[in-house]
Design a protein around this ligand. Structure first.
Ligand SMILES: [Zn+2]
Length: 432
């Protein structure tokens, strides 16, 4: 280590000197970790992309990478296109990405408006596959509900949720399909008739906990209510003994669920509150406590209404039983084979009519099924996935196509056709 990298990596220095200094400065305290195996190809790329001598902007970018403020891949990306200065590059790229996300979401809106599936453009399941759930909330009767989406959402999915097409339901897949915006009910839900499971000492501790928490709540409910305490608007009982309460704090609302899991083992009821639309966690805790207290007080004077015992769960069960009885797997399979055959013959026709427009297949990544091919068009690269399911006909799908193509749909078909001919070269030879 002779001098600081800042001295050698500066505007006006020659590319060779700068890259030598860069190579000498890695793996020092505060600089990037690197192996020769990783670094040498990157330096080759840099040598090709940097101006000679280097500019002020380039020097700053190289130092940012060296001192771990940005990634090497971002530097190479910037040098390759140089749409704006290094300082503005990240905002510029974020804006482009947001723009792309918005465009994709607009396209899904268009498909929705046309009555098509916004994500898939083929029909997988018959119309009556999904059970018919009630269109009004089974608790409050409101028709102001949204479908629930589970799992980690993609960026496109987040955009759709932001536009209000569905609500995010968390990572764990649950039974509930719909979410009421008026009373925060989710339906359908399965009645929980089971006793709690777990290690006996753990269950025992939990039973004791529920008892002491309930005793605390009862003691508080003996006191006169504080002015902040909310009031219970309505309550709904379930067949398994749970009761849901809709609690109102003036403008804000909360939903409290009373569950009896541990009561069956000698414990006390538990009250879980959900307050929505409040960001400060301290406020949420306080409101949850007040909501549970209001519910306990309410229970002393009211018998919660006994209605809505099924919450659509029986409808769902009946639907699946009936569906299983009449489901004809064989005809479903035949229908799918017919659809695939039509698609493949359309692709083959296309491939034979404009063979000069087909992109070149240049890479294949295969860890079984599906295989992922990459094809090169004059305007860029696209990925095609090839599936074969249980010795059926292959299926090609090109979803994440670069939006640089003038006609994205045609480009997708061309990419699929090219991969089909790559997998079955004999098809190209026979002329129709
Ligand atoms: Zn509701």
């Amino acid at each position: 280590m002779s001098t600081h990298p800042e001295v050698q990596i500066a505007a006006g220095k020659s590319v060779d000197d700068v890259l030598t200094a860069f190579r000498g400065s890695v793996n020092q305290p505060g600089t990037i970790f690197s192996t020769e195996h990783w670094l040498v190809p990157k330096l080759d790329q840099l040598k090709r992309l940097l101006t000679d001598p280097i500019t002020e902007d380039e020097a700053q970018a190289l130092l940012d990478v060296l001192h771990q403020r940005h990634w090497m891949r971002d530097l190479l990306d910037w040098l390759d296109k140089r749409p704006v200065s290094w300082a503005d590059f990240f905002t510029y790229r974020d804006n482009l990405k947001q723009e792309d996300l918005r465009k994709a979401a607009d396209e899904r809106e268009r498909r929705r408006a046309a009555g098509l599936d916004p994500y898939l453009n083929f029909k997988l399941v018959p119309d009556d596959f999904h059970p018919k759930l009630s269109d009004a909330c089974p608790d409050c009767g409101s028709s102001d509900w949204k479908p629930i989406g589970y799992g980690l959402p993609t960026e496109d999915g987040i955009e759709d949720a932001r536009r209000g097409h569905y609500v995010l339901g968390g990572c764990v897949l649950q039974d509930a399909k719909r979410y009421c915006l008026a009373c925060f009910n989710r339906w359908p839900t399965k009645p929980n008739m089971k006793k709690p499971t777990g290690r006996p000492e753990w269950v025992e501790r939990k039973v004791a906990e529920t008892r002491s928490e309930y005793a605390e709540l009862s003691a508080l409910a003996d006191q006169p209510p504080s002015p902040e305490e909310p009031h219970v608007e309505r309550a709904w009982a379930r067949i398994d003994g749970r009761v849901s309460f809709l609690v109102s704090f003036g403008g804000k609302k909360a939903r409290v669920t009373k569950s009896l899991q541990y009561s069956r083992l000698g414990g006390a009821p538990e009250y879980d509150a959900n307050v929505l639309g409040i960001c400060d966690p301290r406020d949420v805790c306080k409101m949850c406590d007040l909501a549970a207290l209001a519910v306990v007080r309410f229970e002393r004077t009211h018998e919660p209404e006994k209605h809505n015992l099924y919450n659509d769960w029986d409808i769902v069960q009946a639907h699946w039983r009936a569906f299983d009885r009449r489901w004809d797997g064989e005809s479903y399979r035949r229908e799918r084979v017919r659809e695939k055959r039509q698609k493949l013959s359309r692709l083959l026709k296309l491939a034979r009519s404009v063979p000069e427009k087909l992109p070149r297949v240049f890479s294949l990544r295969s860890d079984g099924n599906p295989k992922v091919y990459r094809v090169r068009f004059p305007w860029g690269v696209a990925r095609v996935r090839s599936y074969t399911w249980q010795s059926e006909l292959p299926d090609y799908d090109c979803r994440d196509l670069c939006r640089k193509a003038e006609d994205a749909e045609l480009a997708g078909d061309l990419a699929c056709a090219a991969v089909m001919l790559y997998e079955f070269p004999k098809l190209a030879g026979t002329s129709s």
